[in-house]
Design a protein around this ligand. Sequence first.
Ligand SMILES: NC(=O)c1ccc[n+]([C@@H]2O[C@H](COP(=O)([O-])OP(=O)(O)OC[C@H]3O[C@@H](n4cnc5c(N)ncnc54)[C@H](O)[C@@H]3O)[C@@H](O)[C@H]2O)c1
Length: 287
Amino acid sequence: MHETCGEIPGAFPGITAPAGLFLRKTITTSSMGIFDLTGKTAVITGGGSGIGRAISVLFAQQGAHVHILELNEEAAASTAAEITANGGKVSVHGVNVTIQADVLQVFERIGTVNILVNNAGIAHVGNLEKTAEADLDRIYNVNVKGVYNCLFAAVPAMKANGGGVILNMASIAALVGIPDRFAYTMSKGATHAMTLSVAKDYLADNIRCNSISPARVHTPFVDGFLAKNYPGKEAEMFEKLAATQPIGRMAKPEEIAQLALYLCSDAAGFITGVDYPIDGGFTTLNN
Ligand SMILES: NC(=O)c1ccc[n+]([C@@H]2O[C@H](COP(=O)([O-])OP(=O)(O)OC[C@H]3O[C@@H](n4cnc5c(N)ncnc54)[C@H](O)[C@@H]3O)[C@@H](O)[C@H]2O)c1
């Protein structure tokens, strides 16, 4: 990225400025610009796939040391290989975010945490009557307790370090009624509510906490959902799901990562306690 930096005399070699005239000098800075994360430690859960992978790759590209917390270590290793190939810094921690003791151990190993992205999440399709107790528990354990476990581990470390930034991955399901998503909606509503609670309680500790609510993003999450629920009709259903976004398509994981980068960078220093829909018009234009 190029940035102009003040008025500097004689900036262009070979061009003599008349006395008193100042020329603008164009200096080259890194391509990171105002979203520079150099020197920051970023913990990203579920960084092995989809949105978490895109966030991990982008944050490392912007200079952060990225720590991926993943159940699927092979997937995390693949993200790490991409980051390393690009010259970035990354560490992989195989961990199930539902197990508090394991999460605490991982955060203790990491030490200082500047940024936490609670992204790991799972889905369940079904209305109330099609949500068995085991389904509710499974969704709660990953999408709610997993977020709580990472918040519980990261907040004291952030406080000790003079502050930090937290970003939770919610969903449009936290904002509007989506058919057949009883357990998932419960979990994303809780994610949104935890965001507000943490943002409020840790204002004085210089910890910002926000959430993102995407509509459909084309990730393995969506492909898995289609394969499981609409075998043989995946392409047709993909088009139907894409069309539910007024903008006419699903988001790309990289588009969610760009919003995540803004919210986790110092450029968003005045933003806390906010949920950002990134939804191709889903919540406001679908009528
Ligand atoms: N894809 C969408 O359309 C969409 C829309 C709105 C919100 N979201 C949310 O975004 C987040 C990421 O979604 P995605 O589409 O990238 O999903 P994904 O399935 O592609 O990736 C999720 C990752 O989380 C990991 N994970 C799952 N359970 C874990 C656990 N217990 N411990 C550690 N890691 C675990 C998985 O191994 C996987 O790598 C989720 O919270 C999801 O609810 C997704």
